[in-house]
Design a protein around this ligand. Sequence first.
Ligand SMILES: Nc1ncnc2c1ncn2[C@@H]1O[C@H](COP(=O)(O)OP(=O)(O)OP(=O)(O)O)[C@@H](O)[C@H]1O
Ligand SMILES: O=P(O)(O)OC[C@H]1O[C@H](OP(=O)(O)OP(=O)(O)O)[C@H](O)[C@@H]1O
Length: 342
Amino acid sequence: MVTSSNANGSSTKPDMGRRWSRSLPNLSNAIGSLSDRLLFAVPKKGRLNQACLDLLSGSDIQFHRHNRLDIALVKNLPIALIFLPAADIPTFVGEGRVDLGITGRDQVAEHEATTPATQDSGVEEVMDLEFGRCRLQVQVPEQGPYQKPEDLVGKNVVTSFVGLTEEYYRAFESQQDGAVNGEAGSGGKLRTKIKYVGGSVEAACALGVADGIVDLVESGETMRAAGLKAISTVIESTAILIRSKKPSDPKLVALIANRIRGVITAQKYVLCTYNVERKALDQACKITPGKRAPTINSLEDQGWVAVSAMVLRKNVALTMDQLTEAGATDIMITKIENSRVD
Ligand SMILES: Nc1ncnc2c1ncn2[C@@H]1O[C@H](COP(=O)(O)OP(=O)(O)OP(=O)(O)O)[C@@H](O)[C@H]1O
Ligand SMILES: O=P(O)(O)OC[C@H]1O[C@H](OP(=O)(O)OP(=O)(O)O)[C@H](O)[C@@H]1O
């Protein structure tokens, strides 16, 4: 049985009884020589790249990426990372060429709008990764005549998400045709002209190419700087872990998913510990119910107990206020490095 060593030098045995090559393939013969590895696609650049690298590091997926090479062999697991544009990852995973991937939910939805899934093709969402949060929104010039997304029916709309935008506007067009002809979707008279651009979509209105755009918004800074405002949301997005319908090694997929889930939970929660008098314990436990239940230990002083419970990081200040109010003392918050909790 093949075993490998992690950064601490301790032995791990997630090899699932297989051998895998340690030599880095050159790109031309790469895919063939990766047949003994699970292929895992990661955004090669852009907004999701760094968070994905942090997630891999937190999951102890160790690799060295050679300069400019889009394939990296994982040292301690039979995995090869494939660095791809976020927009292409649903295609590779959906066709089963790559087993696992991380990309935006928006990219998966766009892929599905243009390439409907079949019994064998298409992607399955494994989990929400809770970063890369943004909205795909219809935007128009702040001072212009358009107030509702329907106002752009029949006009020019520019986007990088042609599939989703077409779906979105075809629904409005059907309604308007129905209103004109007395039945839904009959005529198709008013066709919104949807044009693709690959980036800097927000420039399209100012350049006279578009009446409105459909683009991603996070803080809204790009939109406001371009003199635009959002008038509706097509889809909300976060990064997701996706898998193909028939991954080459489902056990390894589950192992990676568990590791990633552990890192995400660790980032989301902190450990809250405190002492409280027994008579206030019920109230304190309502404030910190924990994920399953709080851990309660007796103290030397019979009237007191020590409590520890996981608390959502975003609620920490409020929780500490409420515990203080309930009479808890010695309240401490500890960062969770990693976790395996249900
Ligand atoms: N401002 C943003 N805030 C948060 N997440 C974003 C933001 N912009 C994009 N994303 C997420 O990151 C994904 C990749 O977008 P990004 O613009 O980084 O792509 P890219 O691969 O660098 O392509 P491009 O070269 O077209 O910019 C998007 O599909 C979306 O899920
Ligand atoms: O609401 P904000 O926080 O300003 O973020 C939104 C911007 O982020 C994305 O573009 P990105 O900067 O990744 O580059 P791109 O325009 O080349 O796609 C998106 O396409 C917007 O332009």
